[in-house]
Ligand binder design. Structure first.
Ligand code: NAD
Length: 447
């Protein structure tokens, strides 16, 4: 077994500093193959905003790369007696504003660049909605649907013990991301608690309700997307009942986004998972689709609409497109054909910089991930605070506080976009980076 921790080395600094728009485009059918590009894309958005700001260049170098990336090797005994070795990561980008915070992803596509990119995005997201957290992300290279429950538990416990030296309620607080859920968080909590010899409620968020979780946490990302979209539409004198929405991805984020938009009167005309989707101009029955997806793990075979591919979903006839699947699904090939006039990013990093530029030129408003999907971490923050205090809020209190934070954050981004005459992504990055850079400046350098 090998475990290596590297502070940001020279090579990584150079890679980050050179982060510009990468040549060549992602194949949108297999968007996760060129992982290095995701890091470059995340870095590009940071660097582009930083250059327009009147800030000390030293913080640009500091924030250009993660503070720490831990790579771990996790040997796990499988049900048939074999030992399989899984690779895991925990990237910690910045803790200038508070403990690191970010999800744990289980997926075959997880790699070092991906967690670095997601950790950086998490720093900006947490700062944008003004939470007292830095940004982190972790992941294990595995196919979660192919693991038995017992194998997943052993893998989670081993991975937790490997990243144990750098996590904790005041150090780094993981949460669910793609491929993980409340049960996985319960195993992280238990493993950590066993190793420190005390119940450590604050070490993870997204826990099951019976052990300190919040039962609206699963829908929080979708609820945040809905809150932000409603505010944006109000600036156009529209409401949710006026729009036809297409949602890519039908997991945690996509399903709840579609469900809550549908409940508030929007017409959800298209949904999809990684195997394809369906389109119905008169609106899809989201509850039924959700039950089918839960039972079959995919939408294929669900009636209630015409079958479409993921490509067709992205360019279908709709007002609002909500990419809620994975990174880089909207690239320069697909962007010119998008008919929606608003793209709201439920997923992290779904739009490549070239696609972003094309959408802007075509007059499509993009509401960026660091604003649109911040509902999950916001409710995680409430859960963390409640865990530390052992004092629990009602569901209504959580929903009301979430709405306040999402609406205030939208208003700030909207005002910045107006005053600086820039798009929402640039405005959001400017606000977030200035908050993180200010924290860096005030704290100064150690030693
Ligand atoms: P999930 O694993 O629950 O669901 C992912 C969905 O996307 C599935 O329906 C899957 O079939 C589909 N999908 C995967 N690849 C696809 C592709 N190439 N094209 C179309 N569909 C594809 O994951 P999730 O938790 O819903 O996360 C989705 C995104 O939202 C990720 O970018 C994640 O980082 C982000 N996010 C998650 C959370 C969280 O707490 N779960 C919070 C904020 C942001």
């Amino acid at each position: 077994m090998t475990t290596t921790t590297d502070s940001v080395g020279q090579q990584q600094q150079q890679q980050a500093a050179a982060g510009t728009l990468a040549p060549g485009m992602t194949n949108r059918l297999e968007p996760r193959e060129d992982h290095s590009k995701f890091w470059q894309n995340a870095h590009f958005y940071f660097d582009r905003a930083y250059q327009t700001m009147n800030l000390d260049p030293v913080w640009r170098s500091v924030l250009s790369a993660p503070k720490r990336v831990l790579t771990v090797s996790c040997p796990v005994r499988m049900d048939d007696g074999r030992i399989q070795v899984f690779t895991g990561y925990r990237a910690q980008h910045s803790n200038a504003r508070g403990p690191f915070k970010g999800g744990i992803r289980y997926d075959t596509g997880v790699n070092r660049d991906e967690v670095m990119a997601l950790a950086m995005l998490q720093t900006w997201k947490n700062a944008l909605v003004d939470l007292p957290f830095g940004g982190a992300k972790g992941g294990v290279v595995c196919e979660p649907k192919k693991l038995s429950i017992a194998e997943k538990e052993r893998l989670t416990r081993r991975y937790t013990s490997e990243i144990m030296p750098i996590i904790g309620p005041d150090e780094d607080i993981p949460a669910p991301d793609a491929g993980t859920d409340a049960q996985v968080m319960a195993w992280v909590l238990d493993t950590y608690s066993m190793m420190v010899g005390k119940h450590a409620l604050g070490v993870v968020t997204g826990k099951p309700v019976s052990i300190g979780g919040y039962d609206g946490r699963e829908e929080a990302k979708g609820r945040g997307v809905m809150n932000v979209l409603r505010k944006f539409l109000a600036t156009k004198n529209k409401n949710l009942a006026d729009v036809r929405v297409a949602v890519q991805g039908f997991g945690n984020v996509g399903y709840h986004t579609a469900r809550l938009l549908d409940m508030r009167g929007a017409t959800v005309v298209a949904i999809s998972d990684k195997f394809g989707g369906i389109y119905d101009d008169s609106g899809i029955d989201i509850e039924k689709a959700g039950l089918y997806y839960k039972e079959h793990g995919q939408l294929t075979g669900f009636g209630g609409g015409d079958p479409i591919s993921n490509d067709e979903l992205l360019v279908c006839d709709c007002d609002v497109l909500a990419p809620c699947a994975m990174e880089n699904t909207i690239d320069a090939d697909v962007a010119p054909n998008i008919k929606a006039w608003c793209v709201i990013e439920g997923a992290n990093g779904p739009t490549t910089p070239m696609a972003d530029e094309i959408l802007r030129e075509n007059g499509v408003t993009v509401i960026p991930d660091i604003l649109a999907n911040a509902g999950g971490v916001t409710v995680s923050y409430f859960e963390w605070v409640q865990g530390l205090q052992n004092f629990f809020w009602t569901q209504k209190e959580v929903q009301d506080e979430l709405q306040k934070i999402m609406e205030k954050s939208f208003d700030e981004v909207n005002a910045k976009a107006d005053s600086a005459d820039v798009d929402y992504r640039s405005a959001a990055y400017t606000i977030a980076i200035s908050r993180v850079a200010e924290a860096c400046r005030l704290k100064g350098l150690f030693p």
